[in-house]
Design a protein around this ligand. Structure first.
Ligand SMILES: [Zn+2]
Length: 159
């Protein structure tokens, strides 16, 4: 087992992964890794030389807060389900679906939930489904500016 290399997520939410065997450089969207709970050591197989190695992805720039918030998602056909938001960041949200509801990877959804701050701030954002595991969904917000101020304040100062 070789040494685990630490990689950082940049401001465009991307990680640069370099194969220690052949030097092949791969730039990937970090969002797909972000929703894995706990262990952030990610096993990579080099596309070029098939070497297997492990990287540790540091998400500190995009702080993700553990929460428990009630909300609703809509798909573009206006079907909806109750959700429980489990984690939240400026760039995305992870939640469990409480009803029988089917979403597809990369489907666009409308996420609505109420923060547990003093103002009970209502948040409504469009997002793309980027991660599905059973009834747990990770979604990436499309409109970062919308409610950006409210989310930044909440992530920084509440709880
Ligand atoms: Zn390689």
């Amino acid at each position: 087992m070789s040494e685990i290399k630490k990689v950082y997520v940049n401001e465009k939410n991307r990680v640069t992964i370099i194969c220690p065997e052949c030097g092949n450089v791969k730039v990937e969207n970090a969002e797909q890794y972000k929703f894995e709970k706990g262990d952030r050591n990610i096993d990579i197989t080099c596309e070029k030389c098939n070497a297997r190695f492990t990287v540790f992805i540091d998400f500190r720039r995009y702080y993700r807060k553990s929460v428990s918030l009630q909300g609703i998602i809509y798909n573009l056909d206006e079907k909806f389900s109750k959700i429980t938001v489990g984690n939240l960041s400026r760039s995305g949200v992870g939640f469990t679906i409480d009803d029988v509801f089917t979403v597809a990877l990369n489907e666009e959804i409308d996420v609505q939930f109420t923060l547990d701050d003093d103002d009970r701030t209502f948040i409504r954002k469009r997002a793309f489904v980027r991660y599905i595991k059973d009834n747990f969904i990770g979604a990436e917000f499309t409109e970062l500016q919308k409610f950006g101020k409210e989310l930044t304040f909440y992530l920084k100062y509440t709880g």
